[in-house]
Design a protein around this ligand. Sequence first.
Ligand SMILES: Cc1cc2nc3c(=O)[nH]c(=O)nc-3n(C[C@H](O)[C@H](O)[C@H](O)COP(=O)(O)O)c2cc1C
Length: 192
Amino acid sequence: MSERVLIIYGSRFGHSRDVSTHIAKAIHEAQPALQSTIIDIDDAKGSLNGTGLSRYRAVVIAASVQYGHIDKRVERWVKKNLSYVQQIPSLLVTISLSARKFTDDTPAPEEHTYTSKFLDHTGWHPDRIEIAAGRLEYPRYNFFDKTMIRFIMHISGGVTDRTSTIEYTNWDRLTDVAKDFVQLVENTNSEN
Ligand SMILES: Cc1cc2nc3c(=O)[nH]c(=O)nc-3n(C[C@H](O)[C@H](O)[C@H](O)COP(=O)(O)O)c2cc1C
């Protein structure tokens, strides 16, 4: 019988949604009995509450960093549903341009200020945390965002060419993260 994994994402330009889709596919490939339901945080706010959540076997939260904070909508949702997300196997994936600097293994959350602040603010202790590099898409940004992101990239030694689109995400690594998470879900299953 198939079981469902809940994936909630908070995204501005769709990259966290793409990350969520990738993780859902990798989870299903690693364990065909696990199917994911992917929900935009804007829809999660109204449609999911205590009882609606109880049907899920595990939860993944994927959220991008915008101007120094992991998506505030996601932060509020996690705070509100903390007892639920603490009860089942959980994975947090944060997505940002600053994470492009971590080229090898994922760093400890303390090494990534946005992620550690999110954990402090929510009080959540996810079973797994992945700090993933995001996508730079200058042509899609409005004037203000373009100026700000160019400034952020400039001070961190990154690309400032306003025509650039660069994907820094390590998709193979996300596949491995999803596989590892499936293992955790299965182990938790067998312990129950
Ligand atoms: C308006 C805006 C602000 C951003 N602010 C930050 C930031 O403060 N720090 C950072 O590391 N990345 C920052 N980023 C990079 C995003 O986290 C990255 O592009 C991510 O892939 C976006 O994912 P999304 O499309 O799901 O929102 C910003 C991007 C945008 C468009």
